[in-house]
Design a protein around this ligand. Structure first.
Ligand code: AMP
Length: 597
């Protein structure tokens, strides 16, 4: 089905930040982009928190509202740049007093409350490393990430502590300090966030920060093995800033709403850092998706730039365009989406509902910032992710039998050329927000590169106009409601249930969430498949994994295996979709060769 290109982005008023794609690409350099940052005074380096907070707090924007947080009841807390400088200064002093040093990891497990933002930026001020956890994770994924990330400090709230941390605390001897936000009492072994903050001074001079110092740790998933901790450095702020200007058309004075939770990379790069570096007001909503609330928020908060996700847009689409038309969305200037394939219908629906098309863009945890995007000034081809951001070189690499880029024994790759080229999407290293490693896993990091390219694990196509189109993931990871889920993590937990001998987990296509997690399980002798056990396994998964838990369970005493004994998820998926199973012997072979990248 053909979709007409959308040539008018519906923008009025001043021209977009990126007004002429080819001209900007031709003159762009990362060195120039870096010049938009102030750097720490006296040449003491580059620190994200200085660029996001302190430099504005010392200038004409000092009294501007930088953070406007809506709590679940709709009550508003506002912080100016000056106030945010003081609060983050206090938090940095708290860390100093606690003996938390440069490079030490400070985790958050919080709803979207002001203290989350203070924790993130205060941690960066202290040159410690901020690692946000998605609060909907269950205790298992939380423990795994705290352990892998060597958590020294955790900031959480009483409810999350009771439900998810208390039971795993003993297993985390390195976790020295737990600070509790809100509530009347602090559980034993924890400290009140408010009390310790009240005792700390607001003034804090950011110590010298090397742009290559580790700043952020985001966990992501691969096909096999544990979650991977992607390491990002302070230099990344250069990419956060410039990509927000180009791909999101963000400017000083905007009211910017990023619906992603900071537990995911989008919610940090664009849900904390980029709007602050730009002098925009960051709107934060603590509540979950709710159609009426979202339209009301867009209207009442006079949101100008909105960054959301395909699942959310598809949920809005189910209610038609009427609810949108019933609201005054005249402040809205730009709508963008990320995280999973955005169907062309949703792009076009945006035009009908908001009078603005949705601009899809593509990136991932490892890239730290938007890499491919549709821009305000450019024709949109509905269904396409757009074109590379200035300063980023993209290629499609020819693929081998395992679906990933074909790497010769000498480590070389070949670039697919010509109109409608297809291959593994690859990026030339060198942009500032590129991950600098997987924590404690140099081998996995090394495997992510070949022939001078970073291999993304996505398969894409490029049309004759230079637009990139998402084709598929080259591996078995699952994308559900925009969240990346590693099947191995889910299988491991299911196999801890006494009835389960083995599990294979896949993403089953879903019209709203993109994919949902489906598990196939083989039972141990003595257990009988049936509705009761199915329900028990679903509940078990939910207790341990929460948002990562399988939504569907099927019993299968004959799971297909590779010769080395691994469950063949690909074959399970082919069967689920009613696709040809292909040549099984080849599948077995290629699965045997598949290594976790
Ligand atoms: P994450 O690292 O959790 O941000 O997930 C990154 C992955 O999400 C990418 O490698 C893609 O598979 C998928 N993804 C992100 N943005 C898009 C998009 N615009 N279209 C299709 N897939 C996307």
């Amino acid at each position: 089905m053909g979709w007409e290109p959308i040539t008018k982005a519906g923008l009025s008023g001043s021209p977009p930040n990126l007004d002429d794609y080819d001209a900007v690409c031709a003159r762009f350099s990362w060195k120039d982009a870096r010049a938009a940052m102030d750097g720490l005074p006296d040449g003491r380096g580059l620190n994200i928190a200085h660029e996001a907070v302190d430099r504005h707090a010392a200038g004409p924007l000092r009294d501007r509202v930088v953070l406007r947080c809506l709590d679940r009841s709709g009550a508003v807390t506002e912080l100016s740049y000056a106030r945010l400088r003081d609060e983050t200064g206090r938090f940095a002093n708290v860390l100093r007093v606690l003996g938390v040093h440069k490079g030490d990891r400070v985790f958050s497990l919080l709803g979207r409350v002001p203290e989350l933002y203070v924790t993130a930026l205060g941690t960066l001020k202290n040159t410690s490393v901020f690692s946000p956890l998605f609060p909907a994770f269950g205790p298992e994924p939380i423990r795994e990430r705290l352990r892998l990330g060597d958590a020294r400090v955790l900031v959480t709230d009483p409810e999350l502590y009771a439900r998810k941390i208390a039971q795993i605390r003993d297993e985390l001897p390195g976790l020295k300090h737990v600070l509790i936000v809100g509530g009347d009492e602090t559980p034993p072994g924890t400290v009140s966030f408010r009390e310790i903050m009240d005792g700390a001074a607001p003034g804090f001079e950011i110590p010298p920060t090397d742009p290559e110092d580790m700043a952020l740790l985001h966990f992501t998933s691969g096909t096999t093995g544990r979650p991977k901790g992607a390491v990002h450095v302070h230099e990344a702020v250069v990419a956060h800033h410039v990509t927000a200007a180009y791909a999101l058309d963000l400017r000083t004075g905007d009211v910017f709403w990023c619906t992603a939770d900071p537990g995911w990379v989008t919610g940090t790069s664009y849900g904390i850092i980029a709007p602050l570096t730009h002098g925009a007001t960051l709107l934060v909503d603590a509540a979950e998706f709710d159609v009426r609330r979202w339209y009301r928020t867009l209207e009442e908060q006079r949101v100008t730039v909105w960054y959301t996700a395909p699942t959310a847009l598809r949920m809005l689409m189910r209610y038609g365009t009427e609810p949108a038309r019933g609201h005054d969305l005249s402040a809205l200037r730009f709508v963008a989406s990320v995280g999973e394939p955005l169907n062309p219908e949703a792009v076009v629906w945006g035009e009908e509902a908001f009078g603005l098309p949705v601009h899809d863009n593509w990136w991932q945890t490892e890239t730290g910032a938007i890499m491919i995007s549709n821009y305000a000034s450019m024709e949109i081809r509905p269904g396409s992710m757009g074109r590379p951001v200035p300063g980023v070189e993209v290629a499609l690499l020819d693929r081998g039998a395992d679906g990933r880029a074909l790497v010769s024994p000498g480590g070389q790759v070949t670039v697919a050329r010509g109109p409608d080229a297809e291959g593994e999407l690859a990026l030339r290293p060198g942009w500032p927000s590129m991950f600098r490693g997987y924590l404690h896993d140099d081998a996995r990091y090394a495997k992510a590169f070949a022939g001078g390219w970073y291999l993304t694990g996505d398969i894409a196509r490029r049309d004759a106009g230079g637009y990139y189109w998402f084709v598929a993931r080259a591996d078995d990871v699952i994308k559900s409601a925009g969240h990346l889920i590693g099947p191995f993590e889910v299988e491991s937990v299911l196999m801890e249930h006494e009835a389960v001998a083995e599990a294979g987990v896949i993403g089953r296509p879903d019209p709203v969430a993109g994919e949902i997690v489906k598990a196939f399980v083989t039972l141990r002798p003595g257990y009988r498949a049936g509705e009761e056990l199915r329900r028990e396994l679903i509940a078990f998964g939910r207790r341990r994994l929460a948002s990562l838990a399988p939504k569907e369970i099927a019993f299968d005493q004959n799971l297909p295996h590779t010769r080395s004994g691994k469950v063949m998820r690909r074959l399970l998926k082919a069967r689920e979709l009613g696709l040809p199973e292909g040549d099984v012997s080849t599948l077995e072979q290629h699965h045997d060769q598949e290594e976790d990248r």
